[in-house]
Structure formats: C-alpha cells, structure tokens
Design a protein around this ligand. Structure first.
Ligand code: ADP
Length: 378
C-alpha cells in the first residue's frame, strides 16, 4: 500500500473514531442532562416525614410552582391549578425564600362563594430550593371563638338592663320615702326586675351547661304524661291571668329517656312561650303522640305567629322577633336556644311551624323509650 492510500485510510479511520467519540460524548452528555432532569427535587426521606405530619403540606419550588401537595391541602382550597392560594400565602413564601426565616400567619379563605374558612400557616425553607408550607384548618376554632365573644358581649348587655333598672328603682325608693304608695309601686317593679335577672342568670347557666350538646350523664326514664303536666303547671298562673285554656292530650304509656331537669325546662319553655305570645282568652294545646320510633310533643297556639324569614333565627341565643315586645313580656331570647340544645343533648330535635296571625306549633321529637324492649336487647 502506498503512503497516500495509508494516509487516506488512517484519515478515514480517524474520522470514524472521531465521530464515534463525538457521538458517545454527546450521548453521555444527553444522558447526564437526563439524569439531572430526573433527579427528585424532593430530598430523600422528606415525603415520608411529611406524610406523618398532622398538618396539610405543600412544597413550592423556586418558580412558585407546587411540586407536591397533600390531599387535605387541595380540599382546603390553598392549592389549585398547580399554584398556591391565596396571594397572601404566596407573599409569605417569597419572603421566606428571600431571607430563609420561618414565618407564620392566620389567613382567611373563601373556598366557595359566601363561605369563609380560616387556616394557620407556617412557612419554612426546605433545602436550598424548596419552600414548605404547613397549613392547619382553624375554621371551627374561629367560629367557636366568635360565638363565645358574641355570647359574652350579649350576656353583659342583657345583664346591664335589669341591673340598671334596679339601680334607678332603688334611688326612686329612697327619694319617695315619705310616699308609701310610691314605695310600694317601685318595690313591686324592683321585684319584677329582680325576677327577670334571676331568670336570665338561670338560663345563662343552663345554656352554658348545654352548649357542647354532649349526651347528658343524668339520663333517666321519663313518663311523658308527667313531664307535660309539670310544664302546664309551670305556666298555669300566667295562663289563668290571660284566661288562656291549656289543653293537654297525651297518649298513654309514652316514655322517653333523657335528662329530666333539662327536658322539663325545654317543654316548660315551649308552653310558656305559647302562653306569652297568645291573645287573652285563646287556647294552647299540648299533645304527645307516638310516631314511628319517636315521641312527638307538640305545643300549639293561636297567637301572633312568626314571620317565615325569622324562623331560622329564633333558635339563636338572645334573638327576639320583636325586642320591644320582649322587654314588656320579660323575654330573654334564650328559651328556644335552650330547647334546641336540650333536644340535641338528649338525642332529639325540634321542629317549628308558624304563620303570622294564625299561630305557631313547636314539636320536640324524642326517641321513644320502651323499658322492656331495652332490657330484652341488653
Ligand atoms: P323569649 O324569652 O324572648 O321568649 P325565646 O328564645 O323563647 O325567647 O324565643 C325567641 C323569640 O321567638 C321570641 O322573642 C318570640 O319573638 C319568638 N317566639 C317564640 N315562641 C313563640 C310563639 N309561640 N309564638 C310567637 N312567637 C314566638
């Protein structure tokens, strides 16, 4: 082979080897890139730790994209379309990314129109590229706190009225010491106000005991007939004064199981309201029947009735349809709230029907109790 041909062959071999080397190098580089791309962004072991945390978790990368989010985080509404929401939470993430300082905040969300939920969020850096968001749903706690605050504010307001009245009346009595008739008049009003105060305080105590709607520990078997007689008796004087007939019709052998004192308070409140909101000379009926598995205790009147739009609100604490009238009748606005909680704490419920001008009917529905059957089953 001459030198020219050898050089040509060597050149060709060189070119082939060169292209193989280039190909292999490019291939290896591509593989390397591919390896970089598929390296998991979440550090090893982190997922397992996040899985056992009680909080909802979200991991955000440096491009503000959600890399991983637990199912409750989606359900809570802080992650959708691969992004973190709301903007307030995103701002927190960016601040943490900037200075590496752990931050926390209470944030409100509107997951659906007209609903607000509250979360407590903690944001921390995770490694050099990720930000971890831990979120806890605090909606229930927030609601309880709002209800508690409103309750305390209402209680203070409601207590101030009779206490203020007693103060003024006491001054009036002192000033009228030479006028025996005035002293008798003022002291009778003092008596009314102090009764109102006593009733209010008792109802507040009843309500705070009932608030958790926990099943009562003091459950006994109650003869429905007795419960109703006692409730009618409780309002007998008021009914007599207004010439209102209270007519009770009770099926024989009806029994319920529950806290006697609580259920007495509930049925008495219903009868008392029926008498209070009925005109003179009218009739209030109390019936107890066995329907399916339940005992239905219905108190019906032909009184002023309740507008339809108020029906949802009358079970709220301190709510009165007509506050001015309530002041005159001595109503506290707590009676129906107590009825509702008593029902819930004793495994029952309350139903209401009312029509302004026609009257109202309130039904306490309680599971019927059959002692023999219960003994057989146990
Ligand atoms: P109150 O002490 O004011 O009666 P309740 O909680 O028992 O408080 O009742 C709340 C409101 O519901 C009352 O102020 C009244 O406006 C209305 N209400 C309750 N029962 C009746 C009824 N039988 N007829 C008409 N209105 C009623």
């Amino acid at each position: 082979m001459d030198i020219g041909a050898s050089m040509l062959i060597a050149g060709a071999i060189g070119a082939v080897v060169g292209s193989i080397i280039t190909y292999v190098w490019r291939f290896s580089e591509r593989r390397q890139n591919a390896v970089v791309e598929t390296v998991p962004v979440i550090p090893a072991g982190v997922e397992a730790v996040l899985a056992v945390l009680p909080s909802s978790t979200v991991l955000i990368d440096s491009a503000d994209t959600v890399v991983q989010a637990s199912a409750p985080a989606h359900a809570m509404g802080i992650v959708h379309d691969g992004r973190l929401h709301p903007e307030e939470l995103m701002t927190l993430v960016r601040q943490v990314r900037r200075d590496g300082q752990v931050r926390q905040a209470d944030i409100s969300l509107q997951p659906k129109r007209g609903t607000t939920s509250y979360i407590h969020a903690r944001v921390a850096p995770l490694g050099s590229r990720l930000i971890l968001v831990l979120a806890d749903d605090r909606t229930r706690e927030q609601r309880v706190e709002t209800v508690r605050r409103d309750f305390v504010a209402n209680v203070s307001h409601e207590l101030k009225t009779p206490i203020g009245a007693l103060n003024l009346l006491a001054e009036a009595v002192a000033e009228a010491k030479d006028d025996p008739d005035a002293v008798v008049r003022f002291s009778s009003r003092m008596h009314t106000e102090s009764e109102r105060l006593t009733r209010l305080v008792q109802q507040i105590i009843d309500l705070s005991r009932l608030q958790n709607d926990l099943l009562s520990d003091d459950a006994t078997t109650i003869k429905v007939g007795e419960l109703i007689s006692e409730a009618c008796e409780h309002s007998a004087t008021d009914a007599e004064r207004k010439e209102i007939d209270i007519v009770a019709t009770v099926e024989p052998d009806l029994f319920i199981h529950g806290d006697r004192a609580q259920l007495h308070a509930a049925v008495s409140n219903l009868v008392e309201n029926a008498v209070t909101y009925s005109p003179e000379g009218s009739r209030v009926t109390v019936t107890a029947t066995h329907v399916d598995e339940n005992v239905r205790i219905t108190v019906a009147d032909n009184g002023i009735g309740i507008p339809n739009e108020e029906l949802d609100r009358i079970f709220e604490r301190f709510y009165r349809v007509d506050p001015a009238r309530a002041r005159a009748t001595g109503g506290t606005g707590l009676g129906l709230s107590i009825v509702k909680h008593v029902a819930a704490s004793n495994g029952g419920s309350v139903e209401v029907w009312s029509e302004p001008g026609l009257g109202s009917s309130f039904t306490l529905v309680m599971p019927s109790y059959n002692e023999e059957l219960e003994e057989e089953q146990s």
